[in-house]
Design a protein around this ligand. Sequence first.
Ligand code: MN
Ligand code: MN
Ligand code: MN
Length: 288
Amino acid sequence: MTVDLHCHSTASDGVLAPAALVERAHARGVRLLALTDHDTLDGLDEARAAAERLGIRLVNGIELSCLWGGATIHVLGYGFSADAPALRAAIAELHQGRWRRAELIGQRLEAKGMPGAFEGARAVQQALGDSGNAPARPHFAEYLVRAGYVKDRAEAFSKWLGAGKLGDVKQHWPALEATVGLLREAGAWVSLAHPWQYDFTRSKRRRLVAEFVQAGGHALEVVNGMQPAEQVGGLSILVREFGLMASVGSDFHAPADWSELGMYRPLPDDLSPLWRHFEREPRLHAAG
Ligand code: MN
Ligand code: MN
Ligand code: MN
C-alpha cells in the first residue's frame, strides 16, 4: 500500500485544492494519506469528503512551525482531534501572525519600488482556490514574475524572498517543546519533519532529535521525497539509536515540481512505521 504522510494544498502553500490533491493521490495509488498544510486545519474537511468518496484513508495532519536553537523547525502532527481547544487557539494565533507577516513583506517590497505586492500575492493565491489564509512567499514570488519585476520564481527568491533577503520576514514561532506538547495534548502522533533540511552540524541535529524526544516526539521523517539516500541512511541511524518510529512523505506542493504524491525513497525495512498506529487506533477514524 502506498502511503504519503506529507503534502500541501491551497489551504497553505500548495497549488491544488484539497479535493484535487486527494484525487491526484488516489490516481497515483496512494491509499493512506495525511494532508499536512502549514499551520492550518482548513483543508481537512474538503480532503476528507474527497477521501471518503474515493475510498482512501485520510489521517488528520498538520505541519507546525516552531523555534529551536535559533532556527525554524517543522513538526508534523497526525491523527489528532481537530477540535482540541488548545490546538485551535494556537492555530488561530499563528494564522494572525501569518497575516501580519504577509503585510510586512508587501510593505518592504513596496518600499523597494514594487507596489501592490500584498494584493497581487493575495490575488495569485485566490486564483488557486479560495483560502482565508495569508499569502505566503511562493505567492509573492509568482506575483513578482507576473508583474515583470523578476524573470522567474527562482530569481524572486534569490533577489527578494529567499533566506536572509528583505522578504524573508521572520515570524515569532512558539518553541519546539510547546508545539510538541500541544500536539500530544490533542492526541497526535508527532514526527520531526525533514530533519536533514535544517542547516545544522551533525551534533546539532543529534541534539535536536534528543530534545524532540524529550518533549514527547514519536518519530522522525526519515524519508522526505527524493532526498539523497545517504540522508535516509543517516536519519535511520538516529531513529534506531533513539528507539523512534519513522514517517515518510513526498512533501508535495505542486505538479511537475521537485516532488510528486506517493513518490519518495524507500524506507529501510527494519524501521518501525509510524502509520501502523493509524491502522490500530479507532480514535483516528473519527472525522475531523
Ligand atoms: Mn511549504
Ligand atoms: Mn517543512
Ligand atoms: Mn512540508
